[in-house]
Structures are given as structure tokens and as C-alpha cells.
Design a protein around this ligand. Structure first.
Ligand code: ADP
Ligand code: MG
Length: 678
């Protein structure tokens, strides 16, 4: 990198120690960081609206001439109002400024200004309160708006960026190999940086942005692929060609085509000399466990142990039951190892595992962390791994004698996004649900119909079914949300008095959670009031109804995951989405769930409606944070970036070559930043 750019921002003329502290708060340490502190958005002054046509109560851009300045008025002590009349010859408008006398004084009669703000009043008497005012002469037509911190103004930041751009001036600083720039039709980096901060019009801005977005996604793709390559050391458990036909024929059902091909993908992977790194992605109920069992059976046939890890004891127990049912008839020994066993029992089981008496070991994640010794661990399967970050995956990859790894996830992410998030994994997708599965009937209703909805639930309870009622939060502070505790109390004394109501939320200890869940599973409870902790793959086939309160608070994908908790048995199932916020938009959104039962399609809709926040907001995937790329919008760039990354790494695995040095720096910067922030 240019040495000028690596300098602390403090040494930039016009910054100094005090301001550099403010910059630090924005995450800006060096001149480079400042150049990459991109505007949050832009105000385009190029096309002001005619005052006559400008809508009320919306942010508008106007351009007009000051006709008259009115005498200042004092509303009360300490509050002075300044007014001026402006016209653009289509209509007049009154500028209202509070207290900021200097702004008012700067206005000159007869001069033209851009005004940015909200219009109020009516069509006859329009006002604009505390607008941003720019003199037409000497103002750049596209104004960037930056994220600020107290003590720093837009103007100062803009000026400092200007100085920083000077450090680039005339240089040929270019981290991308020349042929990539050419093939992708990108502008130069210095042009991009110049124009992302100082665009002359929206077109140059687009050019600049597309360059920077490409850089960012290419860097991310390179990092993910390099991570994948890193875990490609030889495995200690390369497996031979052994058929798993017995497994297929012993199952009580016919596997779906997706399940079969996913199992075949696994088998093919495990025959290779380096470890498998595969993600099985399938909607709720698509039968991922049967795939996992198939892979485990293959490992067994090759004399290897399999460890299956689940995030909770309940899930571990569930997987244990399933695997046992599928595999024990075939002679496979399955064991459950969880924290709730007595120490003595645990020791015994551990000794037996080490002696190789078990082939498949099911347990919670603590299982691997604990010093469990295996006989010949060939396959590690993790469920719901999407809650873990990229780094944890990399860490796991470094453990043991490079066992094969299989990850199961129900997060229905569109394939392109999955490719990025799980860039270090190969993916098998289970597209269809097993035959005969009835979709969960879904209704969206307003709070007014709550009583009726409850009546409906009661019918199910009378027939011996069970129900979930999901409420988003436990916090009492958020007054418009129902707090689950008081909610549970309310309904158990009111609408559902006489029924057995249990409560499950995130603040309970793991032990208490397990207890409640076990009781629900054993049908010692009729209704389970819960926060979203119930989201993870719990299987209670007798639960056939779900009510979701405040459903507008959830993304569609999450709602879909939630309703996947019902409809797992032979009973007809229903999900009732209640909202007390029945705006047109909310209702439209919730209705999608009534007609659509495909998790992938729903997640696409979610992306369209809500943006990528659900996937990337909480950093639940552990991906580095993007500064300018928006992975839902820039999908095609994502694909191009990935292709390019593959081509580059194909010729230069570690980015050692001279022309790739700049790229390596970018990758290191992106991923290093991530670790520093955590
Ligand atoms: P998920 O993908 O949500 O983890 P599971 O593996 O828990 O789904 O499977 C859900 C249910 O469907 C289980 O009871 C399982 O036995 C059953 N199942 C799996 N595959 C099939 C199939 N091909 N045909 C019928 N039932 C199946
Ligand atoms: Mg599951």
C-alpha cells in the first residue's frame, strides 16, 4: 500500500490529535480508513423539484431565489425564528430557521440556493423548516452524507476526505491485477475513491460504487476460498468404496431424490484423500437427519466412528432416538453422551467410546470440547451450525486427524448467498419435502380476532393435540410487546384456564429449559408459551397448532422456521399469525406465508422486502462486515467476484505472485479487522 495511506489520520493536515480521537470512534485510524469511510447516502441536487409540484411531508430537494428576508421574531427567550421567502417562479416558499442566525445572515437576497428538507403547510402556504441550505454557486451537485460522531460535522469530514484524496493524487495505486480490472470493465481505484466521495453526477457515482463493491466482494470471496483450501490437508480417514444399499433398504420410507444425492455427495467426498467439508441445506422437515445417518453408516462400514453434535440436549436426544432407530437394526452401536449423565456413567461411556465399542456418538457441542477420546473418528456432523461463525468452522477444521465434516442447516438461504456465507463448504441442497407431508395451514389475523383464534386452539387441545404460543421477547421494558411471563400467566388464568401451560424463554437455565421441553414432549403440558428459543429443530409430532404473537416483528424466514415446529406428525396442523399492527404492508407480508410453503422462495421474498438484515445484520454467520457491498442487491457482482476469485487462486493459491500482492493485503485487512473487532 502507499505509505501515505498507512499513516495515522492524525498526520493529515487539518486533523490533529483531537479530531483523530473523534475519527477513532468512527473506526477511522489511518488515511486509508478515512478514504474507505464511505458516505451513507447522497443528496442529488441535480434535479430539484418544482416548488409547485413538491409533495408535502416528504424530504425534497428544491432550488430557489431569495426574494425577501423577514424581520426576526422571538418566540420566547432563547428561541429566535428567522424567516425568508424564496421562489422558483412556480411557487413561493417560506424558509424557517430556528436560532441559527449565522445561517440566516449568510442568505443573500437575489441569490440562488438549494434547499433540502421537509415541506409542511398546505398548497397555498408552503414552509420548509430548518432545511439544509447550499448556495447554487460553488456547491457540488451531489452531496455525500457521512456517518458522523458528535463534534464532527459533514463539512469537516468532507474537507478531510478531500485532503486524503490528495495523498492518492496522480498515483497508480491499484491492488487488483490489471487483467481483472480490464476484464470486469472497472474504473481505476483512484477514480473510484475520488468519485465515491465527490461524484459529479449519479453516473460517475455508479461507476465508482461498482468498482468498490467488486473489490469488496472479490476480497471476501478470496478469503473464504483460501480458508477452504487451508483445511484441505490430507485426512487420516480416507474411505473406500463400500455400498450403503442396506441402509437404503432398511429405512421405513423411501428417501427423496435430494436425500439420496446428498448421501452420494458425502460418500464421494469421503473417498477423497482430503476431508469432506459439506453443508446439507434443507428446509425444516426435509429430512436432514436421514442424510446424516447415511453418511454415518458409510463411515461405520469403513471402520470409522462418527460424532454428531447438536446445540442442545433436547436436540441431541432427538437425534439419538432417530439414529438409533435407523442404524441399530444394521448392527451400528449408537450412544448418547450429554452433560446431564452422572459423572460415573459419563466416565464409563467415555471409556467405552475410547475402546471403540460405539460407532456413532451423539451429544451436545460440549462433547467435542470435553476431552472425549475416540477410537477412530472419521466423521464429525454438526446440526444447526449456522449459528456458528466462519472462524469456529476454521478452528474445527484444524482438530483431530482431519476427520470429514458434515454440517446441517435449515436456514433457507438463496444459493448465491449460501455460496458466500458457506464459501468454505461444499453444499448439497434438499429441495423437496418427503411425500405426503401436509403443509401447515397458515392464517394471518389481527389482534381483534385473538379470542376466536384461541377458541380454535382449544378445539385442537380438546382433540388431544398440543399447542405452541410464541411471543418475541422477554423484556418488560419494551412496553408494546407482550412479556412472555405475564402473558403465560394471563392466558393460563384466562383464556386457557384448566389447561396445563408451560413457559420457555432464553433467560432460563439450560437445565430448566430441558425440563420444560421434556414435559412438553411427554404431553405433560398442553400449551408451551415460548420465545423464539423453540425455533431450533425440536420435534414434537403431537403439537399441531402454533400461535405467533407480534408476528410482524419477525422476518418471513424466521416465521417459516417457527411454523416448521408443527406439521411434523400425521395430524393436520395450523399456524395462526397474530399482529396488532395491521398495516397494509404487514398484512401483505404475512399473507405470503399463507400461500407459500417453500423456505427458499420465502427467503427470497424476505430479501426483497426486508433487505439482507436477517442474514447479515446480526453477524450470525460470522462473515466480515461489508462497507459498501449489499449482498442481496449485488448478487450478480457476487457471482462474478466468486468466479474471478476462483480463477486467481487456481493459478496462485496463496496470492504470492507480485501482481496479487495487493489482493493479499486486502484479504488480510478484511479478515484481520474481523478478529480485532470480536
Ligand atoms: P429436518 O431436516 O427438519 O431436520 P428431520 O430429519 O427431523 O428433518 O426429518 C423430519 C421427519 O421426517 C422425521 O420424522 C423423519 O424420520 C422423516 N423423514 C425423513 N425423510 C423422510 C422420507 N424420505 N420420507 C418420509 N419421512 C421422512
Ligand atoms: Mg433437524
Amino acid at each position: 500500500m502507499l505509505s501515505e495511506l498507512a499513516k495515522p489520520v492524525m498526520y493529515l493536515s487539518g486533523v490533529g490529535p483531537k479530531k483523530s480521537e473523534l475519527y477513532e470512534k468512527l473506526g477511522v485510524k489511518t488515511v486509508y480508513d478515512l478514504l474507505y469511510h464511505f458516505p451513507r447516502y447522497y443528496i442529488d441536487l441535480n434535479e430539484p423539484q418544482a416548488v409547485r409540484d413538491a409533495p408535502l411531508n416528504e424530504q425534497v430537494v428544491l432550488k430557489g431565489r431569495v426574494v425577501r428576508k423577514l424581520p426576526e421574531g422571538n418566540i420566547r427567550r432563547g428561541l429566535t425564528v428567522y424567516k425568508a421567502i424564496v421562489t422558483d417562479d412556480t411557487a413561493d416558499i417560506t424558509i424557517v430557521i430556528y436560532n441559527a442566525g449565522f445561517m440566516f445572515k449568510a442568505l443573500e437576497v437575489g441569490h440562488e440556493y438549494y434547499l433540502v428538507g421537509k415541506l409542511t403547510g398546505n398548497m397555498l402556504r408552503r414552509e420548509i423548516n430548518s432545511p439544509q441550505i447550499y448556495p447554487v454557486a460553488g456547491t457540488d451537485p451531489v452531496q455525500p452524507v457521512y456517518r458522523l460522531t458528535e463534534g464532527l460535522t459533514q463539512k469537516q469530514l468532507r474537507q478531510n476526505v478531500h485532503t486524503a484524496l490528495g495523498a492518492l493524487d496522480g498515483s497508480i495505486y491499484e491492488p487488483l491485477p490489471n487483467d481483472v480490472v480490464r476484464e470486469q470493465g472497472l474504473c481505476s481505484l483512484s477514480y473510484a475513491l475520488q468519485n465515491v466521495h465527490y461524484p459529479t453526477d449519479m453516473h460517475t457515482l455508479e461507476l465508482a460504487k461498482s468498482r468498490l463493491v467488486f473489490d469488496e466482494l472479490l476480497t471476501l470471496a478470496l478469503g473464504m476460498l483460501m480458508m477452504k483450501n487451508r483445511s484441505r490437508d490430507n485426512t487420516g480417514c480416507q474411505m473406500n468404496d463400500e455400498s450403503v444399499d442396506e441402509y437404503f433398504s432398511a429405512l421405513p420410507f423411501e428417501l427423496t431424490a435430494g436425500q439420496k444425492s446428498a448421501i452420494n455427495d458425502c460418500i464421494e467426498d469421503m473417498r477423497k484423500p482430503f476431508p469432506m467439508n459439506r453443508l446439507i441445506q434443507g428446509d425444516v422437515g426435509s429430512g436432514k437427519t436421514a442424510v446424516a445417518a447415511g453418511a454415518a453408516y458409510f463411515a461405520y462400514k469403513n471402520g470409522c466412528q462418527t460424532a454428531l453434535m447438536a446445540p442442545t440436549e433436547i436436540l441431541a436426544g432427538q437425534h439419538y432416538d432417530t439414529l438409533k432407530a435407523f442404524l441399530e437394526p444394521l448392527g451400528v452401536k449408537v450412544v448418547l453422551l450429554t452433560g446431564s449423565l452422572t459423572p460415573k456413567k459419563k466416565e464409563k461411556i467415555k471409556a467405552e467410546i475410547a475402546a471403540g465399542e460405539y460407532n456413532v456418538i451423539v451429544g451436545t457441542h460440549a462433547l467435542v470440547q470435553a476431552s472425549t477420546e475416540f477410537k477412530r473418528l472419521g466423521l464429525v456432523i454438526t446440526d444447526e451450525q449456522h449459528r456458528f461463525g466462519v472462524e469456529q468452522r476454521a478452528m474445527l477444521a484444524g482438530k483431530g486427524d482431519h476427520p470429514h465434516k458434515l454440517v446441517m442447516s435449515a436456514t433457507p438461504i438463496p444459493r448465491t448467498l449460501a455460496l458466500m456465507i458457506y464459501g468454505d463448504l461444499d453444499i448439497s441442497v434438499l429441495k423437496e419435502l418427503p411425500k405426503g407431508r401436509q403443509p401447515v395451514e397458515t392464517y394471518a389475523v389481527t389482534g381483534k380476532l385473538r379470542e376466536r383464534a384461541f377458541g380454535y386452539v382449544k378445539q385442537y387441545l380438546e382433540e388431544g393435540r398440543q399447542a405452541y404460543i410464541v411471543c418475541p421477547m422477554i423484556e418488560e421494558s419494551d412496553s408494546d410487546l407482550r412479556d412472555v411471563k405475564s402473558y403465560a400467566k394471563e392466558i393460563s388464568e384466562g383464556a386457557f384456564s384448566g389447561y396445563r401451560v408451560g413457559l420457555l424463554h432464553g433467560r432460563l437455565s439450560a437445565e430448566s429449559k430441558e425440563k420444560v421441553m421434556k414435559k412438553f414432549k411427554a404431553h405433560e403440558l398442553d400449551i408451551l408459551v415460548s420465545t423464539t428459543v423453540v425455533e431450533v429443530g425440536v420435534d414434537v409430532p403431537n403439537a399441531a397448532v402454533m400461535v405467533i404473537e407480534n408476528s410482524d416483528r419477525f422476518g418471513l424466514s424466521q416465521l417459516h422456521q417457527l411454523r416448521g415446529r408443527v406439521g411434523r406428525g400425521e395430524h393436520k396442523s395450523v399456524c395462526i399469525l397474530i399482529t396488532d399492527n395491521p398495516t397494509e404492508e404487514v398484512v401483505q407480508r404475512l399473507k405470503i406465508l399463507s400461500s407459500c410453503h417453500d423456505g427458499f422462495e420465502i427467503s427470497q421474498q424476505d430479501l426483497k422486502l426486508r433487505g439482507p438484515g436477517d442474514f447479515f445484520g446480526s453477524r450470525q454467520h460470522g462473515l466480515p462486515k461489508m462497507k459498501i457491498a449489499d449482498m442481496s442487491q449485488d448478487m450478480d457482482v457476487l457471482v462474478r467476484a466468486q468466479e474471478t476469485a476462483k480463477q486467481i487462486l487456481c493459478k496462485d493459491t496463496h496470492l504470492d505472485k507480485g501482481e496479487n500482492r495487493g489482493l493479499r493485503e486486502l484479504v488480510e485487512r478484511l479478515f484481520e479487522q474481523e478478529t480485532a473487532n470480536d
